[in-house]
Design a protein around this ligand. Sequence first.
Ligand code: SAH
Ligand code: SF4
Length: 386
Amino acid sequence: MVNWFVMESVAQAQPETPAILLTPRRPRPARPFGLYDLTLPELEGRLRGKGLPAYRARQIWGWLYRQLAADYAAMTTLPDALRADLAAELPISTLETVRVLSADNGETLKTLFRTGDGELVETVLMLYPDRATVCVSCQVGCAVGCAFCATGLGGLTRNLSAGEMVAQVVGAARQARERGRVLTNIVMMGMGEPFHNYAATMKMVATLHDPAGMNLGARRITISTSGVAPKIDALAEEPWQVNLAVSLHAPNDALRDGLVPINRRYPVETLMAACRRYVERTGRRVSFEYALMAGINDAEATARDLAALLRGELCHVNVIPLNPVDVLPYERPDAAAIQRFAEILRGAGIPTTVRYSRGLEIDAACGQLRAKAERLAEAAPPTVTG
Ligand code: SAH
Ligand code: SF4
């Protein structure tokens, strides 16, 4: 975000400096870095540098991702000197819990974290009878700026590191364990656009997938994108069999340009072509997300256009009745309109599920809790409640 005050004062102090050199940026501490930022081979390399054998790295890895140890003191199979050395060198996590909110009879937990440089990010754990899913944020804010999304309102502040994403997952795994459950699934559907933070997202996948640690199957990880078409092609080339979800929300450019601004760069035809190549290359179906908004994209004619667009594709549509954001004008359609929309798709042979988002009363839609916390923080700083 542009800090006009800094820009103005620099400009006054150095009037001869060309405008292009005046990079307006708010001063921020160094980017936080912790143990969760290392892959297993990187950790092995670091320990080798200290003259330690590779099995020590595997031991630490087991403590981190099997025992879910929160501090070095808990790693009782390591020599005291190594624990002290590591503790002095780098923290395990760089995220601090600010607040935990619970909804849906405790089946939904939303955690607000503060990063080492003072940014706020949110993570949601959803407990279902057959699975426990964590919704992970990959950026502070988002540059895409979808019309109906709370995260995009303030633009992008910065990418999260792989370690900051891993920390969210481990935190959710601990919360699940405290409730006698095991974390089974990850969806990259929190704040931010994962394909604008591609390398760190893939590093997170590598860390969580590692069989010596959490050993989470790639099929249990879903990456959701607003439609960064070139990165869909990149994902198709990765060794990981992760799931791809595409936030379509509209079947044509006229409508999609206004809802998902990145559509002007990668229009519907370009996006669909990338999805087709992805299916051909991987044999895996694509999920299309469709946030249903009253009077915007819920007309029966729009459902028919969507069915025509997706006919013959290996895909699944998730119709998600909008989670309204208080400062935005969009509304959720009534139940009849939602069912009618889904029925038109099903009637055309498109596999379709209506999914209601969890945690409405705790602002669990992407970016809402952070947006509210930042407004409240103007009055009083947030407090730790869990
Ligand atoms: N940036 C990525 C992933 C994070 S958003 C993406 O856009 O796909 C995760 C999902 O939540 C997306 O499908 C997004 O369109 C949807 N979403 C955002 N705001 C929403 C809201 N207010 N109600 C319902 N879905 C919303
Ligand atoms: Fe960004 Fe996704 Fe929100 Fe769009 S919906 S602004 S891409 S986080």
